[in-house]
Design a protein around this ligand. Structure first.
Ligand code: GLC
Length: 449
């Protein structure tokens, strides 16, 4: 006892104190970094699952560009002067616009959400904003807030509304130039980022305050500064603003990269995840919910000379293949200047809807199945049900690599008639009786747990 023993104890506690203090100091240093890490709320996580379950949405690209009928990039592609272009607004009167008609036609397709261009790269706001007169109410004789009418109707008919919002603006003088929109006659290439950033955040606040529950904000245009790597879009604060206003609102960005901090979904453009035919994808696939967008003809905005609509079969195959890759499909339509959806598009919506009435169960609420996509088709899965979507098979027999899984029964999904199957090395073979003639022959397998 006494001095001899108290020295080490004293020494020990000093060391501990010092260690404790340095640990606390480290925590303090780390704290600001930590607080910036995005933690999705419970309602956001729930919204992600619902988004995943919904599988199918319709994209609508509508703005002043529809009047020129050459697609939504026409302003920059033809170097149209921004002041001249803006005069289009004085003649924009889509007399036949009827939100109820649009939403009903879209709902009939089985789509569970609509993503609408509130403001595309041309810079025109399709909603009533306080922060610019260049908007549908103040600058057109139409004077109706299209976004409001559409959002209200979506809420009424029970389908989600998502907002596309462009980071690019070829009209505003404060929007810094990127690699596009350089020939629209704006005076100052540098713009005024502070002013433009504030404008965007003000508009986003309006969009997330005045239009009810918004399923997602779908950003586009980040890539405009890809030749200017030092450019800071200040996305974390913008994303935080969105989540503060509506925590369940999903943030997605069509930047063609793996998701950034603060994003809730991963977007692909014109390609299924993992593919890169269009040259805009090929990025790694994250664990976030996935969505790919594609056009029904060849253009996003209305293009009068493009009547090259994909067949119903092609559209359904795309939807099924997306589901097989665990991704949603966002299929685009470019409404006409008179306010109507093109008749062919409405026809396609109805035909896809008819198919979805029978086969929706094999799409909604599923995840990519345990058999990976093959040239013959894909699989989707819900619990112990595996849906085998045979899209292209010139054979009566199909081998499924179901190693280690036991199949209880196999039936044709449409009429529940039994399908013969046999165990073989590495899986099973299905005997289909004949070469499948349907555009999607769906076989439902019940797996043993
Ligand atoms: C591209 C285009 C744009 C379109 C979008 C849809 O990023 O710039 O016009 O809205 O793709 O995915």
């Amino acid at each position: 006892m006494g001095m001899g023993n108290s020295m080490p104890i004293f020494y020990y506690s000093t060391v501990m104190k010092t260690r404790f203090l340095s640990f606390m100091l480290l925590l303090c240093l780390l704290a600001p970094v930590k607080s910036q890490t995005y933690q999705p709320t419970a309602e956001n996580l729930k919204a992600r699952q619902e988004f995943r379950d919904n599988k199918f949405g319709i994209f609508l690209h509508w703005g002043l560009y529809c009047m020129l009928a050459t697609g939504e990039w026409t302003m920059t592609n033809n170097n149209l002067n921004y002041k001249e272009y803006a005069k289009l607004s004085g003649g924009f009167y889509p007399a036949k616009f009827d939100a109820a008609k649009w939403v009903s036609a879209i709902k009939a397709s089985g789509a569970k959400y609509i993503c609408f261009t509130t403001r595309h790269h041309e810079g025109f706001s399709m909603f009533h904003t306080r922060y610019s007169d260049y908007n549908i109410v103040d600058a057109t004789p139409f004077k109706r807030d299209i976004v409001k009418e559409l959002a209200d109707e979506c809420h009424k008919q029970g389908i989600r509304i998502h907002f596309y919002y462009s980071h690019i603006d070829w009209f505003r003088e404060d929007a810094p130039w990127g690699r596009t929109g350089r020939g629209t006659g704006r005076p100052n290439p540098k713009g005024d980022w502070g002013s433009y950033y504030k404008f965007m955040n003000n508009q986003l606040t309006e969009l997330l305050t005045n239009y009810g529950e918004i399923g997602a904000i779908w950003f586009d245009g980040w890539w405009d500064q890809d030749q200017n790597p030092g450019f800071d879009w200040q996305l974390p604060e913008q994303y935080a603003l969105i989540h503060r206003l509506q925590p369940a609102c999903l943030v997605g960005n069509n930047h063609h990269q793996v998701p950034f901090e603060g994003e809730d979904i991963q977007i692909f453009e014109r390609d299924l995840p993992g593919e890169n035919r269009a040259g805009l994808s090929g990025q790694d696939i994250s664990s976030l919910p996935l969505e790919t967008c594609e056009t029904m003809n060849g253009m996003w905005g209305y293009k009068i000379t493009d009547q090259n609509y994909k067949s119903t079969k092609t559209l359904i195959h795309y939807l099924v293949k997306a589901a097989g890759k665990d991704a949603n499909l966002l299929m685009n339509i470019g409404p006409q200047p008179d306010g109507e959806l093109p008749a062919v598009a409405v026809e396609r919506l109805a035909e896809v809807g008819k198919w979805m009435q029978t086969y929706g169960e094999t799409i909604y609420g599923t995840r990519g199945g345990c058999v990976a996509p093959h040239p013959w088709g894909v699989t989707t899965q819900k619990g112990n049900k595996l849906y085998v979507h045979i899209l292209d098979l010139q054979d009566k027999v199909l081998f499924l690599p179901l190693e280690g899984k036991q199949v209880k029964q196999a039936v044709r999904f449409a009429d529940k008639t039994p399908v013969k199957f046999q165990k073989c090395q590495g899986g099973i073979t299905l005997s289909l009786g004949k070469v499948p003639a349907d555009m999607d022959e769906v076989i439902e397998l019940e797996l043993k747990d």
